[in-house]
Design a binder for this molecule. Sequence first.
Ligand code: ADP
Ligand code: TPP
Ligand code: MG
Length: 342
Amino acid sequence: MNERELIEHIRQLTQPSGNGLIQGIGDDCAVIEKDRETVWLLTMDTLIESVHFNCTWHPPELLGRKAVAVNISDIAAMGGRPLFVLLSLGLPVGFSTNWTSQLMRGITNACAEQGCLLIGGDTVCSPAGVHLTLTVIGEMRKEQVLYRHGAEIDDVVWVSGPLGWSAAGLSLLQAGNVADDPQWQQLIQTHLTPQPRTKLGQLLAETGLVHAMMDMSDGLATDLAHICGQSGVGATIKAHLLPGGSALVVAGELLGQDPLTWMVSGGEDYELLFTSAETDSETLQRLVAEQGLTVHPIGTIRQGQGLRLIRSSMVEENISFQGFDHFKKGERSCTGTNAGSG
Ligand SMILES: Nc1ncnc2c1ncn2[C@@H]1O[C@H](COP(=O)(O)OP(=O)(O)O)[C@@H](O)[C@H]1O
Ligand SMILES: Cc1ncc(C[n+]2csc(CCOP(=O)(O)OP(=O)(O)O)c2C)c(N)n1
Ligand SMILES: [Mg+2]
């Protein structure tokens, strides 16, 4: 069973409604009725040493910032405003006080910059490595919430920024000796401290022009496949429209890796991915530009199912769910050593 199948299995075991629940398992946040006009948004994400970060290259302050950013990104993905954070901290015996206070400086500064309050959590000993789990609570107007479902045939598919930078930055850090070169700093910084698109998410929700939205953590191939699956549609993406940039191409040449693979299935972009009617494209781009922000059209929603990538050679390829999956065969991060393995 892979990660997606396991989450679907858990979803089928749960109650879909009650207690004011509007959206349970399956979107970036759970959505719960707060009052007639507003909803609560709740989300949780974990970062685990050796799976999500490596302490040899990840400065603790930036790790703290990243832990907040990847969680707040899920609030941005609904169009909401983050308010409160809960932090569960798992540290090995004999943890460094200096390392931990830098981590906490990153967490508290990032919370303050996003206007949210750290209000509680838990602190435990970990038998292996550092574990960081955050819960973020946000709010927004009920009628403006943007779900993964809702994409319509002939919609334009948009992304809020460059793809593949984080994956390229990670490859450069893993390669070791090249990482100090100034030409790679944008790629590396994107990996070490992604920026949640909170302002853009709220703006897009307010326009009322967006049909479906999510944030990108597992790579376009998997994340857009979620929007398609939940909307009952397919999509076609054009490789030459994907925003990448020259540093990605040069890094690919240096490391012998394909920049398109980073852009499509690398993951950890934390950009917003959304769809809107073709006839609203100009208005949408104008409203976004007025706030000093940018968005890029990358393809089209179509009838049917599955996600197709059109390469420059005009060859079409099905790339559905080819992004990151914690338990996918060949994904090296977890080796079972306990009762849960096998
Ligand atoms: N162990 C779990 N128990 C209940 N719900 C889960 C579990 N793991 C993930 N989910 C839910 O499944 C959905 C997809 O999760 P995930 O792929 O991690 O989304 P995201 O990329 O937005 O973090 C979310 O709604 C999340 O809350
Ligand atoms: C040491 C290390 N190895 C590999 C990766 C790459 N990586 C780890 S998790 C992940 C995907 C995103 O994490 P996930 O836990 O799936 O977040 P979610 O989709 O729940 O938001 C990627 C690309 C990394 N960041 N660090
Ligand atoms: Mg998650």
